[in-house]
Design a protein around this ligand. Structure first.
Ligand SMILES: [Fe+2]
Ligand SMILES: [Fe+2]
Length: 198
């Protein structure tokens, strides 16, 4: 475990409940989906990148620790499998939207359909997974699981701060969505494996 991860792990005892944290991220995701749609032309790029970052953090933590825990505590395999499939699909769609770029004439239409599916996915999770998780796990377990989200946060690339509104370098610094997702997922996976061994 890296020093950052160790620090995060130590502070997790009094941390937020993972379900609370993920629900608040659902709200942030919804806001970013709206911001991308509302922004004109190329200025969509900034909220889009912020959305990629947040989805990489959020979905990696869900994929690596929340869905497996939900399966263990009470949630039907078919329900969890459906959510995992939606997450894989969202990842592919984000990559396609990134390739397309906000200047493409089909971007808005494709993004709107993507946004609807992401919101639906989040609502299904809240209804069918988070409820049973709250019922069948302890507050201490959920506080510990919140560490996965913090590990993801710690490794997700951030957009470079720009001076005078210049943001042309952001693509280079940020990288394509699949690379961002892989990097975050690998870190959460390492954390999970290490915490399972200890
Ligand atoms: Fe999810
Ligand atoms: Fe979620």
């Amino acid at each position: 475990m890296s020093p950052v991860q160790e620090q995060l792990f130590r502070s997790s005892a009094h941390d937020q409940d993972v379900v609370e944290l993920l629900m608040s991220q659902h709200n942030q995701i919804k806001q970013l989906l709206e911001q991308v749609q509302a922004a004109p032309g190329l200025s969509k790029r900034e909220p889009f990148e912020e959305l990629v970052r947040l989805l990489a953090v959020h979905e990696s933590a869900e994929e690596e620790v929340i869905h497996p825990t939900a399966r263990r505590v009470a949630v039907n395999d078919q329900i969890v499998d459906a959510r995992l499939q939606e997450e894989q699909q969202a990842k592919r769609e984000l990559a396609e939207l990134f390739e397309m770029g906000p200047e493409h004439r089909e971007f808005d239409q494709r993004f709107r359909a993507f946004a609807e599916r992401v919101v639906e996915h989040a609502e299904m999770e809240e209804k069918e997974e988070f409820g049973p998780l709250l019922q069948h796990s302890s507050a201490a377990q959920r506080a510990s699981l919140a560490t996965a989200v913090r590990v993801a946060e710690a490794v997700a690339p951030t957009r470079p701060h720009t001076v005078g509104g210049e943001s042309a370098l952001s693509n280079v610094a940020f990288g394509p969505p699949l690379a961002v997702f892989d990097r975050v997922r690998d870190a959460v996976r390492d954390w999970r494996r290490q915490s399972e061994q200890s």
